[in-house]
Design a protein around this ligand. Structure first.
Ligand SMILES: Cc1cc2nc3c(=O)[nH]c(=O)nc-3n(C[C@H](O)[C@H](O)[C@H](O)COP(=O)(O)OP(=O)(O)OC[C@H]3O[C@@H](n4cnc5c(N)ncnc54)[C@H](O)[C@@H]3O)c2cc1C
Length: 384
């Protein structure tokens, strides 16, 4: 158990300690990576956090976490973003751990929690399927009970970093007769189980950040079911919150803006009224994002739950980031379409990386269209 009560520290002291630790220990060459980091690159940093007792800031202290309250958690995440600390395949920490603590059996907690923290077990999320993304409840991967096992058949897609993971947490259909959400269960599966095939998908930037995962008569012991049979949907939905807040952080676009500003200066573009107009517009959009983000951070710090209106944060953050990355490519002119880092009068810029990295931002975590549907239905109460 962690022996420090971080919540008792004044915010500024806690922020200083986190910042100092990140600045002194996080590998410089991995700051602000414009892609998902692979486990082979970040294992050392995982171990550093683990040894410090900081790998699971959101877990309670009795489970080996830092036990941070909402306010301190926001500070921790803000400092990660500020220093450009990459997010490893941390679904076990952010999702599986809290789910097991709430719904898992004692055996599941005893087995999975310590191994998830140490990084012996790395989790990936098997929710989406070829015909079940936005409409997730349409998922068809089935788990049929056969004695003491589930027999799983089907395919998952867009599974982030499955090839770096040892385990997958799955939503599977366990009752075909029940209405959509009703017949779904939440199951933990070891990726070494016979019958599983993982096929990485290469994205337009040339990175293999997600995979297809196929299940062909995969036999999984029934005690890997989390919660009750056919009640997996409730479990999957139980975890919304920081993810939604963190995804709207202005840090990533702010970093791209500093590159754009440096580039524009070196090219003398601030004498061009047309450019200044566009630059100012995007800068103001980013200011708006920062204040919107600050508003939700304050809400979380007050201990208030986030409502449906937080969807606007994700839409604004991701779309602003995309517009900014487009302006960066355009401003780079002929250099803007060259892969890799280019030196423009002493300014090192990778034009295409933020452009590619920001593209899926309007898809994952609920697409922009779906967020707008939510705003329309629940916030504006428009007829659907
Ligand atoms: C980088 C990345 C990582 C991901 N990682 C994972 C992961 O680890 N695990 C996992 O399970 N999934 C993951 N996903 C999948 C992600 O959750 C889905 O891509 C997302 O839910 C959208 O589903 P889809 O791709 O099937 O698109 P679809 O749902 O088919 O949508 C296609 C288009 O139609 C629009 N659309 C759909 N329904 C509506 C509607 N009702 N109204 C208006 N417009 C609509 C969408 O906005 C989109 O533009 C990842 C995706 C990305 C891009």
């Amino acid at each position: 158990m962690a022996d420090v009560d971080y919540n008792a520290l004044p915010d500024n002291d806690f922020r200083r300690d986190v910042r100092t630790f990140f600045e002194s220990r996080y590998p410089e060459e991995m700051r602000f990576l414009p892609r998902r980091v692979r486990m082979s690159e970040i294992r050392g940093w995982w171990n550093t956090l683990y040894e410090k007792g900081w790998i699971a800031p959101n877990w309670p202290r009795e489970s080996g976490g830092m036990g941070l309250d909402a306010g301190k958690m926001v500070i921790f995440l803000e400092e990660m973003e500020r220093h450009g600390v990459a997010r490893p395949a941390d679904q076990g920490i952010t999702q599986v751990g809290p789910i097991l603590m709430k719904y898992g059996t004692q055996e599941q907690k005893d087995f999975y929690l310590p191994r998830t923290r140490s990084g012996e077990i790395i989790w990936c999320q098997g929710y989406s399927e070829p015909n079940a993304g936005s409409d997730l409840a349409n998922l068809q991967t089935s788990a049929v009970i056969d004695g003491e096992h589930f027999v799983i058949n089907g395919a998952k897609i867009w599974t982030s970093l499955a090839q770096d993971s040892t385990h997958i947490y799955l939503l599977v259909r366990t009752d075909r007769e029940a209405k959509k959400q009703k017949g779904i269960s939440f199951v933990l599966v070891d990726l070494e189980t016979p019958g599983i095939t993982i096929r990485p998908i290469r994205n337009i930037a040339g990175h293999e950040e997600f995979c297809e995962v196929f299940f062909d008569n995969v036999r999984v012991p029934r005690d890997r079911l989390v919660g009750k049979l056919n009640e997996g949907w409730t479990i999957a939905k139980a975890l919304l919150g920081f993810e939604r807040l963190n995804i709207g952080s202005p840090r990533r676009p702010q970093y791209a803006l500093t590159r754009l500003e440096l580039l524009a200066r070196s090219k003398g573009l601030f004498d061009d009224a047309g450019f200044v107009d566009r630059f100012t517009e995007i800068k103001l959009d980013l200011e708006a994002l920062a204040s919107l983000y600050a508003r939700y951070v304050a809400q979380v710090k007050r201990g208030e739950p986030l409502g449906h209106d937080v969807s606007q944060l994700k839409v604004w953050a991701m779309e602003t980031w995309q517009r900014l990355s487009e302006l960066l490519v355009e401003t780079g002119a002929e250099d803007g379409v060259v892969e890799g880092v280019t030196d423009i009068d002493g300014v090192e810029i990778d034009f295409l990386a933020p452009f590619y990295y920001s593209r899926p931002g309007t898809i994952y975590g609920g697409s922009s269209e779906i967020q707008r549907n939510i705003l329309s239905k629940y916030v504006l109460e428009l007829p659907s």
